[in-house]
Write a protein that binds this ligand. Sequence first.
Ligand code: TMP
Length: 230
Amino acid sequence: MKQPDGYFITFEGIEGAGKSTQAARLYEMLKERGYPVVFTREPGGTPIGERVRSLLVDTAHPEMAAETELFLVAASRAQHLHQIIRPALGEGKIVICDRFLDATLAYQGYGRGLHLTMVREVNEIAAWNCKPDLTLLFDLDPYQAMSRVRDRRQVEEELPDRMERQNMGFYERVRKGYLDIAHEEPQRFRKFDASVGLDTLWNQVSDCVTRELSRNWGEPERLELKGFNF
Ligand code: TMP
């Protein structure tokens, strides 16, 4: 069932493409403009989901099976929808989520090689029909992306996590997966070339979301008339 009045925006792309930075900026911009907005992420977004995330990225578990990954991200998602996403959309809020269903198809399906039909079915069980209204895909060459991840980890003085330790072939497949999925659903996806500078990218992202929101959802003033309290 489509949520009544909320608007669901997801950010996707391989590690290092800059999606989390852009998602955080979008959250700040919409909040400043007076929109009722929630910012969350997957895996994670709830105390249970954050524990799942820790397990997923833990370098102590190189033995993790692809199927285990699939069920872990699905479990995190089921809880996230139950606790955060559906309630917020039900209250008419804008939900910005850093990764969602498409990440599972791209990483566990294309990346790990699990059967795409099976991944779609598991996605369906976890999310039963809750689809984003708008998905921003940040596309970047994996070599460039991984060099950004390495630089970031050096600054943080941390080693790459389990998901960041895959070979280039893995990220190439994930990237292709995202591009295929976006191609199948052009009405939902907007693709960005993430090799441009952060501020150029931000201008494109903010223009795009501003346009989509005013076309499909409305202005904050309209919401005040509807009696929203924020
Ligand atoms: P992050 O890069 O957004 O911090 O996400 C953490 C990792 O989780 C990233 O390597 C991608 C991975 N992931 C999956 O493999 N499947 C999923 O369904 C999701 C949501 C994330």
